[in-house]
Design a protein around this ligand. Structure first.
Ligand SMILES: C[S@@+](CC[C@H](N)C(=O)[O-])C[C@H]1O[C@@H](n2cnc3c(N)ncnc32)[C@H](O)[C@@H]1O
Length: 385
């Protein structure tokens, strides 16, 4: 695994262009987008950096080989031909994940099984011992992708999904995935020098991701473990150098980052999360009901609002009333701001009473969702109310 590596970086639906931009900025080469992923080239140092820095990546895969297969026995022989003993020690636990898009090969479980057998048998032949399988939290995760007869086999460099930033101490009922929150901030083109308000902040995901980005701190600065640390070629010195260098870039002067929620209890959790991300001095949380916005609250004259209001009947009984109230407060108190609302409720959006200037389709887990932009011009109350 030396020199130029073929790298596949997975993301969430709709975030591909944002991730591609991040990958280019980080020094990835030959960058291309595909469905829920970005493909690029880079060296092993880039793989370390990608895991540490990328805000919209879910996982980083490094390609080991790519070949055509005739049948399952052929697959077994080809996989057994890879020098697995050079990649990791036999005492590491392994798991194989297979995705198959093929008329000939249909059973992904069988493909995963055959691949695992080939790896285990190779170790047994070479070392007399065999690695054990650990499906849920393996040290080494191997990824097989079959497209018709073409098989690509990769090592997962990340381990746990990269959205697990490890700053979250406490969660509320419906926290956003951190990768999705970072992606929404990027799609909003938020300039990290501008004030940012989340008036329904829940556990504070938007604000925490915004604070990390405005500080120019790597997204995964708090993660201690990445799967590449289990590889035989892990260059600890290089990783430490990359880590130390990335901290030199920290910016201490952040714009106002303000979080509000009507539920004071949830704000205890967001404060705890901010403390654990070392961002408690940069984010201010206060209880406030957005539908009865307190006049006396001091907010910057300009900025952006990013919010993810309740969207589900189970959480909030009266969606039309809630969204109409949100629209009214935006018009009355936030002229001069740009507001981005992320929701799965089309009915809610219809009741805002504001004219959208951009609508981006995304997913929140399995739910179809929209990120919608509203420009709240001075006097928009008169024009749009
Ligand atoms: C879907 S959650 C937001 C989750 C958040 N983005 C996160 O990552 O944790 C919606 C939040 O809106 C808050 N909320 C509902 N009605 C509100 C209102 N009228 N004023 C302020 N907050 C409200 C709820 O307490 C809840 O925390």
């Amino acid at each position: 695994m030396e020199g130029d590596l073929q790298i596949v970086i997975k993301t969430l639906a709709g975030l591909e262009p944002v991730l591609a931009r991040e990958v280019r900025q980080l020094g990835g080469r030959e960058v291309k987008t595909t469905k829920r992923a970005v493909i690029c080239e880079g060296d092993i140092g880039f793989v370390y950096k990608a895991n540490l820095w990328l805000r919209t990546a879910i996982r980083v895969l490094v390609q080991l080989d790519r070949f055509q297969i005739r049948d399952e026995e052929h697959l077994y022989r080809k996989v057994k031909g890879i020098a697995w003993e050079d990649l990791f020690e036999v005492n590491r636990t392994i798991a194989v994940d297979a995705t198959v898009f093929s008329d000939q090969f249909r059973n992904s479980l069988f493909i995963a099984q055959k691949t695992k057998d080939a790896i285990v048998d190779r170790f047994r032949d070479k070392t007399g011992k065999r690695p054990s399988v650990q499906l849920r939290t393996p040290d080494i995760a191997i990824n097989v992708h079959i497209q018709q007869r073409w098989l690509t086999i990769s090592l997962d460099a990340s381990g746990d999904s990269l959205h697990l930033r490890k700053y979250r101490q406490a969660v509320d009922a419906a926290p956003l995935n951190e990768v999705l929150a970072a992606g929404i901030l990027a799609l909003s083109n938020w300039d990290p020098q501008l004030p940012l308000i989340d008036p329904m902040c829940g556990s504070g995901t938007f604000l925490l991701e915004a604070a990390l980005r405005a500080s120019n701190v790597p997204a995964n600065v708090f993660r201690k473990d990445f799967a590449f640390m289990q590889w035989k070629n892990f260059d600890e010195e290089l990783y430490q150098l990359i880590f130390d260098k990335s901290l030199e870039k920290e910016n201490q002067s952040l714009p106002p980052l303000l979080g509000f929620d009507k539920d004071a209890k949830v704000l205890l959790k967001s404060r705890r999360n901010a403390r654990s991300a070392l961002m408690e001095d940069h984010i201010k949380f206060k209880p406030a009901d957005f539908l009865n916005w307190p006049e006396e609250l001091e907010i910057p004259p300009r900025g952006i609002i990013v919010m993810n209001p309740p969207y589900d009947i189970k959480i909030e009984a009266d969606i039309p009333v809630l969204y109409k109230g949100i629209g009214d407060t935006l018009k009355q108190h936030f002229s001069g701001y740009t507001a981005w609302i992320f929701t799965a409720s089309e009915e809610g959006l219809k009741n805002l009473g504001l004219k959208p200037s951009q609508k981006i389709k995304l997913k929140n887990g399995k739910l179809d969702s929209w990120l919608v932009r509203y420009d709240l011009y001075e006097g928009s109350r008169k024009k749009q109310g």
